[in-house]
Design a protein around this ligand. Sequence first.
Ligand code: SAM
Length: 409
Amino acid sequence: MAEDVVTSVKDPRVVQARALQTRTQRIAAGRCVLEGRSLIEQVRAAEARLEVVLRAQGADTAEDDELAERLHQGEVAVHRVRDGVLRQVAGASRAVSWLAVAPLPAAVDPHLPWGEFALVCDGVADPGNLGTIVRSARALGVDDVVLTDLDTDLSSRRVLDASRGSVLDTRVRRFSSPRHMVAGLREAGFQIVATSPQGSHVQGLAPLDGRPVALVVGGETAGVSREVMDAADLLVTIPMAGQVESLNVGVAAGISMYELRTRMVLTVLTERIRGSLGRDISLTGRLIRDAFDHALREAAGLSSAQLTAVMVVAAEKRTPAAELRRDLGVGSDELDALIAPLNERGWLAPDGDGYTCTPAGEQALAALWPIHQQIEQSLLEDLSPDERISLRQLLSRVQHNATALLQQR
Ligand SMILES: C[S@@+](CC[C@H](N)C(=O)[O-])C[C@H]1O[C@@H](n2cnc3c(N)ncnc32)[C@H](O)[C@@H]1O
């Protein structure tokens, strides 16, 4: 069957595409036009919807056929169009081989929760820069792109081209002015970080505080607006070498998003590590050991591990080296180094594969015991008898779990 070819610019599908040339028309229709095979391919791959797809008769390379086949598989109809018609539709001076109509994303519900990372374009006007920024934002993990006016057009061919169609699946929120944007982002709990060639913080060292970050980039000429600069929590700068006044906003936005995203991840990790119970337990252990070590070193030139070794051996009369290693949490070499001074003092004596405590050792222990008691008392000073019992029970359970974990390995 001969293929049905659209030959007239009056064909309704052509008319629909043609009627989307101005922003007002696009907004009214809630649709935009995608021009060129590769852009249509990108949008199809991102699973955005394509409504009308027009393919010029002359577009007959293997790549054209492949795209047509993929669209066909996705049940998107492709209409062949006489050469020259698409050029008229697009108002282009060169040949246009593919054209498609796609719906614009619906306005974001203001009640939809914000993500952790927002990128604010405050007066960025150039469509190429806007598209580049949106494309980078998608790639660098930005959750929300924010505009500080109601007029910036993200549906033009240049924005769609530069963003490789990613504006169609980006969450874009608009405010009517920079002031409203600041109020909205404050209310949503953002730390507002404005960028400027004259910023007071070097961006890589800027003190992020763990709140969601709203990174603001400014217009090509005026930069970030005065209201936003005044209200921002931080003004950051990307250091520049040479006699360069500023970076292109698309380039600056890419650098800033990448660097701040990395910093945010590190900040969250640091917070998590700081807030982890495991870290608290290990910090507590280290502090307690340091407190004992300090007092014992002053009194007897010993460490807390050495005193514990004497205590364990004295209590058990004879202790195998393996058991002592386990009790002290040390390896063979460490145990040897730890026991050597106790041997020299004649407090512990080797006995086969273990140690016994000498009378001199028992005497020394008796003399040091009050110091040990005093430190322990100070450490537990604020805890009631019940709390001490609970603490011991909880610690013993954690020890049990840790031992089980080690045995699994
Ligand atoms: C061309 S610049 C604007 C220059 C304008 N005269 C100014 O002083 O802000 C456009 C935007 O790119 C970003 N930018 C450019 N260079 C930067 C730098 N060195 N550090 C941080 N941001 C920069 C800022 O967001 C700036 O508002």
